[in-house]
Write a protein that binds this ligand. Structure first.
Ligand SMILES: [Zn+2]
Length: 192
C-alpha cells in the first residue's frame, strides 16, 4: 500500500475505535510501516477520535525523537526494528484491556476459540514509564511474537501485518478481556 492508502486504513481504524470507546481524550497512537526504513505515525497531542489526513508525521526508523511525532514513537520504532512481521501498530487505553494492564495480567487467550485462532498470543510487558526508550526496549524484548501486548499499568498494543489485522486483533482482544471480566463476575454470583 502507498502512503495515502495506509492513511485511509488508519483513519478507518480510528473511526472504528472511536465508536467502540477506545480513545479517551488525546490517548492512543497509531502507525504503519511505509517500507524497511520509514513509517507514518500520528502526531503528538491530537485527538485520535477526530483524526484527519494531516495528523500523521512521516519518520525514518533511524530517528529516535522526531519533532511532532507521537510521544510513544520510541515504542513503535523498537517494535518495527525488532519484528519484520509488523507493518502496523495500534496503541490504545481501552477499558477492558487497560483493566488487565492495571491488574498486571494478560487475558486468557484460550477462553474464546476465535481469540485463540486470531490473536497470535498475548504478552505482558513489565512497567516502564510511558514515552520512554526503556518502554520500547522492554516491549521489543518481551513482545517478540504475538499480536497483543499488555503494557503494565498503562494500556494495550495491537500489532499486525496490515492495519486491518492489527485493528481486528485489537477488537477481538478487547472483547476477550470484557468477556473474561464478565465471566468472573458471573461465576462469583453462582457461588453466592
Ligand atoms: Zn498510552
Amino acid at each position: 500500500m502507498n502512503r495515502e492508502e495506509l492513511i485511509a486504513e488508519l483513519l478507518h481504524a480510528a473511526h472504528v475505535l472511536k465508536d467502540g470507546g477506545y480513545l479517551p481524550a488525546t490517548d492512543g497512537n497509531f502507525s504503519a510501516r511505509l517500507d524497511q526504513s520509514a513509517a507514518i505515525v500520528t502526531r503528538s497531542g491530537v485527538e485520535k477520535r477526530a483524526l484527519t489526513q494531516g495528523d500523521f508525521a512521516e519518520v525514518t526508523l533511524q530517528e529516535l525523537s522526531p519533532r511532532d511525532a507521537s510521544s510513544e514513537w520510541k515504542l513503535h520504532r523498537a517494535l518495527y526494528l525488532s519484528r519484520a512481521d509488523v507493518n502496523c501498530i495500534l496503541h490504545v487505553h481501552s477499558p477492558a484491556l487497560t483493566a488487565f494492564a492495571a491488574a498486571s495480567r494478560c487475558p486468557n487467550v484460550h477462553l474464546l476459540a476465535e481469540a485463540e485462532m486470531t490473536l497470535g498470543g498475548i504478552a505482558l510487558i513489565p512497567y516502564c514509564p510511558p514515552g520512554s526508550g526503556e518502554l520500547g526496549e522492554t516491549a521489543a524484548r518481551y513482545g517478540r511474537t504475538g499480536g497483543i501486548l499488555i503494557l503494565e499499568r498503562h494500556g494495550a498494543v495491537a500489532v499486525g501485518g496490515s492495519v486491518r489485522e492489527a485493528l481486528h486483533r485489537l477488537e477481538r482482544a478487547e472483547l476477550l478481556a470484557r468477556v473474561e471480566i464478565d465471566c468472573a463476575a458471573l461465576r462469583s454470583r453462582v457461588e453466592l
